[in-house]
Ligand binder design. Structure first.
Ligand SMILES: NC(=O)c1ccc[n+]([C@@H]2O[C@H](COP(=O)([O-])OP(=O)(O)OC[C@H]3O[C@@H](n4cnc5c(N)ncnc54)[C@H](OP(=O)(O)O)[C@@H]3O)[C@@H](O)[C@H]2O)c1
Length: 258
């Protein structure tokens, strides 16, 4: 008999940054496993397309436009989710920004502020809001999408890498303090993945070629190859897993690269 450990029927999941890339692939997989997925990002029209794809595949999803760096939006995202779906079981903190690609010493301070606001403050605030709702319904799971750059900073991606390192520590801090609420908190650390976000790297041969040499599997990931790691950590299959990081990078970090 196939395992039911990955079944999410009856669960409600919020996925931020769900309109494309890793967030969309994750939302599609969680919905395929039976969850009702609340799709969040800034642009409702883009989210609507993902919702239609999920519905066409027989899944359940709804759309709430919310900026990850705006407190009022995050409060509304959680409040509306609970009002319309009755509960919140899974949060995937996936939305992030990386506005500065260049020497760390040249980073404009407004870009430092924006990166911290979205990648760190937003993730922190939404985790707290969601954890309280999960506690009220007997527990839940939070999965933060960090990055291998949170372990080793990417060249020209200084402040982005710093926020991702902070997300790893934040994962452990929330895991420690929310365990008594039966809320598990873990992080997935993707390596280079073919999305719009990474296109400055994947579309530039001069950067891509040496990067691929460091990846034992010799290629970049597809978003659908990151999503199953999120499903594992969000599901009952990971019932004894909290405060950990799951690296999905084609062997880059484990084999000594970066
Ligand atoms: N691609 C990689 O190589 C890679 C590697 C390691 C880690 N990651 C991480 O993976 C996650 C997803 O990235 P991705 O590569 O899938 O990027 P992507 O395809 O560009 O998607 C980014 C998503 O985030 C949303 N978003 C951006 N800024 C937002 C904001 N301020 N508020 C709310 N939503 C916002 C975007 O929608 P809107 O623009 O409509 O808001 C979009 O849905 C990020 O946390 C990133 O750091 C990616």
């Amino acid at each position: 008999m196939p395992t039911t450990l990955f079944d999410l029927a009856g669960r409600v999941a919020v996925v931020t940054g769900a309109s494309r890339g890793i967030g969309a692939a994750t939302a599609q997989l969680l919905a395929a496993q039976g969850a009702h997925v609340v799709l969040a990002s800034r642009k409702a029209a883009d989210l609507e397309k993902v919702r239609e794809e999920i519905a066409a595949a027989g899944g359940k999803a709804s759309v709430i436009a919310a900026h990850a760096g705006v407190s009022a939006d995050l409060r509304r995202l959680v409040a509306e989710t609970v009002k319309t779906q009755g509960r919140l079981d899974i949060l995937v903190n996936n939305a992030a920004t990386n506005p500065h690609f260049g020497h760390i010493a040249d980073t404009p301070m407004e870009m430092v502020d924006k990166t911290v606001q979205v990648n760190l403050r937003g993730c922190f605030e939404l985790s707290g809001l969601a954890a309280r709702q999960m506690k009220a319904h007997g527990g839940g799971a939070i999965v933060n999408i960090a990055s291998v750059n949170g372990l080793k900073p990417g060249t020209g991606q200084g402040i982005y890498s710093i926020t991702k390192a902070a997300v790893i520590n934040m994962t452990q801090a929330f895991a420690k303090e929310c365990a008594a609420w039966k809320v598990r908190v873990n992080a997935v650390l993707p390596g280079l993945t073919e999305t719009r976000f990474a296109s400055a790297l994947t579309q530039n041969e001069a950067i891509l070629k040496p990067a691929l040499k460091q990846i034992p599997l010799g290629r970049v990931a597809q978003p659908a190859e990151i999503a199953p790691a999120v499903l594992f950590l969000a599901s009952d299959a990971a019932s004894y897993v909290t405060g950990t990081t799951l690296v999905v990078d084609g062997g880059l970090i484990g084999c000594g690269g970066l």
